[in-house]
Design a protein around this ligand. Structure first.
Ligand SMILES: Nc1ncnc2c1ncn2[C@@H]1O[C@H](COP(=O)(O)OP(=O)(O)OP(=O)(O)O)[C@@H](O)[C@H]1O
Ligand SMILES: [Zn+2]
Length: 680
């Protein structure tokens, strides 16, 4: 059973390896023009459009030269129509085979109609303008896609690894977890891993968007470190980032195809295909609109039955109306903006997982933040150890350190590191049988006694009485200054209290201020920590509603309540403990997502850098995207509203209709591309 799944997995790995090696370019250019066509590359469509134009022009020249026989110009027109129509034919045919109806089909229909009327010049011009418009449109869309792929082509194909004391070069796909790779100065890093030797500054801009290099140095405990998400930023490196001037040795923690960068590429590509709410709306509209247009066009073909005109004229008018009414611009309005928005965000180290979060984020009224690790550094430091009665400080610390050594809570790390420092060489007996008591604290056995460490709630539940006054008042004093204080209790005795302090992130105050200026009304802090501590930290950074002593399920309820009161609510957290609250919010935002697969998978939006300051950027970009989508809808629908009456009344012919139609299509794409240059 086990073997089987392993087999399947390794086969999958192998396959993704192969595609990783050969198909990277091809994957990034999915949904584009068939790129290898005739070996002319991805601009084939554009070259064909130009050729089509050249033949059409020659056709015109021969048509007007009296000496040349007429059928020469016809042949030239047909050649032009061939070059202009081949891609359209391909797209329309493919869609038709899949049971779908492409707008290209309408164009082809119009061209064939013109040809039937032996209006070769018109057919050729039509297909030329249409193919030129679409080639330019694809070209522009590819620019958006390339702006991301360029950042991702930085993983070197080969890695230097140490084997039996020798340095050898191997392909990154052959790297195994646990291998030691050597990273030369100023070279690209080949794998995700933990730094074991050397120090350097690493440029991680292509993953996190941070413009300044991040200092890296060895993790002393690297032999036991196997989880990249648990490492501090200074101890871990990512494949595809650029090493600075120092040489590094790195223990590989992820295989090439699982690297943060590889995941990111996959997620961005998936995101680009996710439809936004507006697109769902326009899709629905088109479902009714396109058949209606066809009905009108067919009716118009029979206008000669009521009007005093030839069938040719009726048909010609019907074709002009068909082109004028085709919703090409409408169809591309939203996806182009979503694509450009996601690409722009990715360059800044913000992964937006589709059109929905992109559109929703701009309409956020309130943001809820997790406290520990999101608004604060998440690295509390031991500040006080206060024994009571006859208890010595050394005993208090010994008990606390040995019990907390078993816990992986951030507070535990603070107590262990700080306590050990104070205890010096004093031997510390080991505790065992740790049990963590959610939102209350922990329990373990130590030297034949039972030890509890935690907040008031824990001891009120344990003893059925309030904690002693002397403890309570000392704790209050500390909490008012923002220290998280914990009670240490052994068997039936209160040993004392221990306090730790987690400081607000340096960028928190400025970020919250920027958000306030953007019109975010409520900024809520959610924490399991004491209310007084919550208030103390909130005051220094501009949180409007600090909410403490919450159970995980309380956090979900707060989100529900905020949504009811205010509408769209975002929840910012690390995506690990606060996943339920993030899932409940309109937009779940994970912070410090580089390296954390869980955060990357669960969030709607992931801030790759372990910083808050991209939040205003993401919201601003999202608002801009929404604005551009609206403009695009106006442009595309406006052009249809303008052209349809003009073509029905015969005020303009087929040529100007195509120019207007293709012009508006190109305009909305170019408008969307403005997002690529978005700056806050
Ligand atoms: N290992 C521990 N040692 C001592 N006290 C603990 C421990 N774990 C939890 N507690 C107590 O329980 C409280 C709530 O913990 P919880 O993990 O729910 O929230 P938190 O992680 O501190 O805050 P946040 O919700 O912002 O992440 C802590 O403030 C602390 O008083
Ligand atoms: Zn079109």
């Amino acid at each position: 059973m086990n073997n089987n799944t392993e087999d399947i997995q390794s086969k999958e790995n192998l396959e993704s390896n192969i595609s990783h090696k050969n198909n990277r370019k091809a994957q990034l250019s999915q949904n584009q023009v068939p790129s290898g066509f005739l070996g002319l590359g991805e601009n084939t469509e554009l070259y064909f459009a130009i050729l089509s134009g050249v033949f059409w022009m020659l056709g015109v020249v021969f048509y007007f030269s009296i000496s040349a026989p007429q059928n020469i110009s016809t042949i030239l027109y047909i050649t032009g129509a061939f070059f202009g129509g081949i891609f359209t034919f391909q797209t329309a045919g493919k869609a038709l085979l899949q049971g779908e109806f492409a707008i290209d089909f309408l164009m082809l229909f119009a061209a064939v109609g013109a040809a039937i009327l032996e209006k070769w010049g018109e057919a050729s011009l039509l297909l030329f303008l249409f193919s030129l418009g679409h080639a330019l449109e694809h070209h522009a869309m590819n620019r958006a896609k390339k702006s991301i792929s360029a950042l991702y082509n930085l993983t070197p194909p080969l890695a230097l690894i140490q084997r039996k004391g020798e340095l050898i070069e191997i392909h990154i796909d052959e790297l195994e977890v646990g291998n030691i790779i050597v990273v030369k100065p100023n070279s690209n890093i080949a794998a995700d891993g933990v730094v074991i030797k050397g120090s350097s500054a690493v440029d991680q801009a292509n993953i996190t968007g941070e413009s300044l290099p991040i200092a890296k140095h060895p993790n002393e405990n690297w032999q036991n470190e196997n989880d990249i998400s648990k490492l501090l930023p200074e101890h871990r490196v990512f494949a595809g980032t650029i090493n600075g001037s120092g040489a590094l040795e790195v223990k590989v923690l992820k295989k090439a195809q699982d690297s943060t960068l590889a995941r990111l590429i996959k997620l961005v590509k998936e995101a680009e295909e996710q439809k936004s709410p507006t697109q769902h709306l326009t899709d629905k509209f088109e479902k009714y609109y396109v058949p209606s247009v066809l009905v009108v066009v067919v009716l118009l073909m029979f206008a000669f039955l009521v009007l005093d005109e030839a069938f040719q004229d009726s048909f010609y008018r019907a074709m002009s109306v068909l082109i004028a009414a085709s919703p090409c611009a409408l169809a591309i309005s939203t996806p182009s903006a979503v694509l450009a928005g996601i690409a722009r965000a990715a360059r800044q180290g913000v992964l937006i997982k589709g059109g929905r979060p992109l559109e929703d984020l701009g309409e956020i009224r309130a943001i809820a933040f997790d406290k520990t690790g999101t608004l604060t550094e998440g690295r509390p430091i031991l500040t006080h150890a206060i024994p009571f009665g006859k208890i010595t400080k050394s005993h208090l610390l010994k008990v606390a350190v040995s019990v907390e050594a078993l816990s992986d809570h951030p507070l535990a790390a603070a107590i262990v590191i700080g306590g050990k420092k104070e205890l010096g060489d004093t031997p510390i007996p080991k505790a065992e049988n740790l049990k963590s008591l959610t939102a209350r604290g922990i329990k373990a056995y130590w030297e034949g006694s039972v030890v509890h460490i935690g907040n008031r709630r824990l001891f009120e539940e344990l003893t059925g009485a309030d904690v002693p006054e002397i403890i309570d008042s000392k704790m209050q004093e500390l909490e008012e200054e923002g220290h998280t204080s914990m009670i240490i209790h052994q068997d039936n005795e209160y040993l004392g209290i221990i306090a730790a302090m987690d400081i607000a992130r340096p960028e928190a105050a400025a970020t919250l201020d920027a958000l306030k200026k953007m019109g975010i009304k409520r900024m809520v802090m959610l924490t399991g920590d004491n209310q007084k501590v919550a208030v103390a930290i909130a005051k220094s950074i501009g949180i409007t509603d600090p909410l403490g002593s919450l159970f995980p399920e309380d956090k979900v309820n707060v989100i529900d309540q905020l949504k009811q009161e205010l509408g769209n609510v975002a929840m910012v957290g690390d995506g690990v403990n606060d996943a339920p609250a993030m899932a409940r919010s309109t937009v779940g935002i994970a912070m410090g997502a580089a390296g954390s697969d869980v955060a990357l998978e669960t969030a709607d939006i992931a801030l790759m850098a372990d910083r808050l300051d991209n939040l205003p950027f993401a919201i601003g970009l999202s608002r801009k995207a929404k604005q551009i989508i609206k403009q695009n809808l106006i442009i595309s629908l406006g052009m249809v509203v303008l052209l349809v009456p003009l073509t029905i009344t015969g005020t303009i012919a087929i040529g100007p209709a195509v120019v207007g139609h293709e012009g508006s299509t190109l305009l909305v794409v170019l408008n969307a591309l403005r997002l690529l240059k978005y700056k806050i």
